[in-house]
Design a protein around this ligand. Sequence first.
Ligand SMILES: Cc1ncc(C[n+]2csc(CCOP(=O)(O)OP(=O)(O)O)c2C)c(N)n1
Length: 608
Amino acid sequence: MKQVLTGNEAFARGAYEAGVKVAAAYPGTPSTEILETIGREYKTIYAEWAPNEKVALEVVIGASLAGARAVATMKHVGVNVAADPLMTLSYVGVNGGLVLVSCDDPELYSSQNEQDNRHYARFAKIPMLEPSDSQEAKDFLKLGLELSEKFDTPVMVRSVTRISHSSGVVEIEEPKTPPVTIEIRKQTAKFTMLPSFARVRHGVVEERFLKLKEFAETFPGNRMEINDTRVGIITAGISYQYAKEVYPEYSYLKLGMVWPLPEKLIAEFFKKVKKVVVVEELDPFLEGNIRAMGFKPKAGKGVFPITGEFNPLILEKSMKGKKFKPPEPVYTETLPPRPPNLCPGCPHRGVFYTLRKLKLFATGDIGCYTLAAYPPLNSLDTCICMGASIGQAHGMSKALGDAGRGKFVAVIGDSTFLHGGVTPLMNVAYNKSYATVILLDNRTTGMTGSQEHPATGYTLRGEKTHKIDFAELGRVLGVESIRKLNPWNLEEAEKIIKEETEKNAPSLVISEGPCILMRREFKHYNKPLVVDLDKCIGCKSCVNLGCPAISFSRVEGEMAVTKDGKKRKGVSHIDPTLCPGCHLCYQVCKLGAIQSQEPSPMLGFETV
Ligand SMILES: Cc1ncc(C[n+]2csc(CCOP(=O)(O)OP(=O)(O)O)c2C)c(N)n1
């Protein structure tokens, strides 16, 4: 039977067909749907959201050492978090097959950097497979598990956004029971990387690498397609598809295994074609390694861009030696630019409005709230990696001393806090900082599409479970001053943030406001607010909240004067189809021109 599957759905299907027993992940675009699909469709696999990628990998390591097939999935930067166990897992090897799927993000559609994770395979001395469509995504995941068992190694499978999120036809097969025995067996010299054992295992890794290199020479996923021999293209993954689309007539060496590389096969290809061109997105990974073998491709990164995602047009222009210029827009009337924005009613908006008002510098983190860096809120000032906000605030407190009090805060989302914020908060208390940490608890992992985490009270499959109490956790970590605020109540937010940032002690402010898109919390929304056009003077106080439900239009003639004779250049509007009635605009309008139609339970005070 055939089905149309996205790359991520195909990875999930591959895990199911290969008899995977345990799958763990931390969400991150473009990888998230792999675990979501397993959770929804393949109940024979135990699937979980781990609090971060390091834990996810450690969970599957445990499963593999107990003999089960296991898969961890993550976005490219997640592998940085999991890199510590990964590098030593290379020495330990596996029992049940273990595959780590890394989904890279050329073009940074939804990431903080554009790193090329092929380097990790070389760094960890483990094999990496790279599919170029959904069928290969499924096949390579299964094959990865087999290779893992055959060579006693973790295997990485690399995807990119374009593979993970586009669809293709996939041949569906029935799941097979894998040839593994699930049981605990003591293997101290293999499992316990004390220096004396690890020294021996390093030798094993090097021997394994030579065997893998040999295997790569005959691996059917590395295939030559000999056509017109004037040009031979060495490529892999999605770049193969782009190149085939532009140059179907040329010869190809399509690598399904991008590490280790098949040196003899590459030599053979160089003999068969006149000019070799290496086509790959991001870093010159293949090219560099091929050059290091002593081969001389005619073209590679000298002509193709090193940044961003490829497409057929970029390839065509680059091959002709022309610099790529984006095509002219098809429509002459272009759409107005619409930067990403916090949703109408988003609980984060009230906090960032307050930070702007208090002129506080905010060491930031990663989540929906990072969007507060954009105008008009302009109130998030750093973003490096998940969990980094708190350490930065602590460092600032130490650098600035007393002069920094009341000048800055750290802001971090609930999922991000559990991912990487707990340890730095412990440090804040331990090393006697006065930093204030604002924990934006919207009760979900909003940015990646609302996944559960250890403080939501639900597992990946929706079962009820223990729910972390952030105030309790903060107390245990040693933070004495812990306050909660309602982010939709601006007066309260301002008072609490001001008081806490001025204290000479660490503090944790928990902003408690569920994500506005969570139907579990909001069974129905409040009635939308309405602008009283007789009163609005067009001051834009409400517009400066950056709420997508609020717009502004210029007025002329009779309309340019309010009922009580005040001049105005324009008026605000509230789109009733977008407004969930959060009442922030109601609070910032000094003229009472924004009318409430129903009391808001979100606010905690009466409005009508
Ligand atoms: C190491 C790493 N893993 C995963 C991600 C993807 N990611 C970006 S933000 C985020 C979590 C956002 O949730 P939360 O902190 O609760 O903030 P919200 O978006 O709900 O405001 C995730 C998982 C990432 N950027 N880096």
